[in-house]
Write a protein that binds this ligand. Structure first.
Ligand code: AP5
Ligand code: ZN
Length: 217
C-alpha cells in the first residue's frame, strides 16, 4: 500500500505511522525524521534545513523534494510506503504525483488525522524525543518511559525538540493551516482522503486508521 499521512504538528502522525507501517509491512518515511538525522550527523543538507525547522517554517521545496525522492527510490519501497510529513504543500503534492506517474504507480489513500488545537498543544508540550532516533517519542503523561529521561527502545537520552517551544509551535500550526491543509482538498479531488479522529488511546486510533484504509481501497 502507498499511503500519505496528513495532520497538524503533534497530531500523532509519527506515533501512528510506527504501528501502521508495522501492520502493513511497509517502510515509514518521515521527512522530519530524515531532516533531524541529517542535522545530528552534521551533513550539508542538515545545515540547510536547521534554521527553517527551528523557526517552524517549511524547508524549501527544492531541498525537500529531492530528499524525499531519493528516499522513495530506496530498495524497500517496492511493496509500498507510508509517507509522514510529505507532501506538505500543493507544490510538493504535484511533485509527488509526477514522480509516481514516472514510476507507473499511484497512491492508495491519504489518511487525515483530526485533533483539536488544544490537544495538539498538550501533546507537543509533553513530548520527549530520543537523541539517537527522533522516531522514538514519549510523553511525560501519555507515554512515560520506564526510566525518566531514557528511551525504552535504545537507551538514548530523551530531550525536548528545539522546535517544540510554545512560540515555534504556534508558527508551525499557522504554517500547517496556510500551506498544508490545502493538500487535503487537492487529494479530495482524487477521491483519496479518509479523515479520522486522532483523539483517544493510541491503539484505538490505529484501529480506526486501519479500518479507514481498508474501506478506502
Ligand atoms: P515533522 O517532524 O514532520 O513535525 P510535525 O509535522 O510538526 O509533526 P510532529 O513530529 O510534531 O508530530 P506528530 O504528528 O508526528 O506527533 P507524535 O506522534 O510525535 O516536521 C518538523 C519540521 O521539519 C517542520 O516544521 C519543517 O520545518 C520540516 N519539514 C518536515 N517535512 C517537511 C516538508 N515536507 N517540507 C518542508 N519542511 C518539512 O505525537 C506527539 C506527542 O503526542 C508524543 O509525545 C506522543 O507520545 C503523544 N501522542 C501521540 N498520540 C497520542 C494519543 N492518541 N494520545 C495521547 N498522546 C499521544
Ligand atoms: Zn531511542
Amino acid at each position: 500500500m502507498r499511503i500519505v499521512l496528513v495532520g497538524p504538528p503533534g497530531a500523532g502522525k509519527g506515533t501512528q505511522a510506527a504501528f501502521l507501517a508495522k501492520n502493513l509491512s511497509i517502510p515509514h518515511i518521515s521527512t522530519g525524521d530524515l531532516f533531524r538525522a541529517n542535522i545530528s550527523q552534521g551533513t550539508a543538507l542538515g545545515k540547510q534545513a536547521k534554521s527553517y525547522m527551528d523557526a517552524g517554517n517549511l524547508v524549501p521545496d527544492e531541498v525537500t523534494i529531492g530528499m524525499a525522492k531519493d528516499r522513495l527510490d530506496g530498495p524497500d519501497t517496492e511493496g509500498g510506503f507510508l509517507l509522514d510529513g510529505f507532501p506538505r504543500n500543493v507544490h510538493q503534492a504535484e511533485a509527488l504525483d509526477a514522480y509516481l506517474v514516472e514510476r507507473g504507480i499511484a497512491l492508495d489513500g491519504v489518511l487525515d488525522l483530526e485533533v483539536p488545537e488544544d490537544e495538539v498543544v498538550k501533546r507537543i508540550a509533553g513530548r520527549r524525543t530520543c537523541r539517537n532516533d527522533s522516531a522514538h517519542t514519549f510523553h511525560i503523561t501519555y507515554k512515560q518511559p520506564k526510566v525518566e529521561g531514557v528511551c525504552d527502545e535504545c537507551g538514548g537520552e530523551l530531550y525536548q525538540r528545539d522546535d517544540d517551544s510554545e512560540a515555534t509551535v504556534r508558527n508551525r500550526l499557522s504554517v500547517y493551516h496556510r500551506e498544508t491543509e490545502p493538500i487535503i482538498d487537492y487529494y479530495k479531488q482524487q477521491d483519496l482522503v479518509a479523515t479520522i479522529s486522532a483523539l483517544g488511546p493510541v491503539a484505538e486510533v490505529t484501529q480506526r486508521a486501519m479500518d479507514a484504509l481498508k474501506s478506502n481501497k
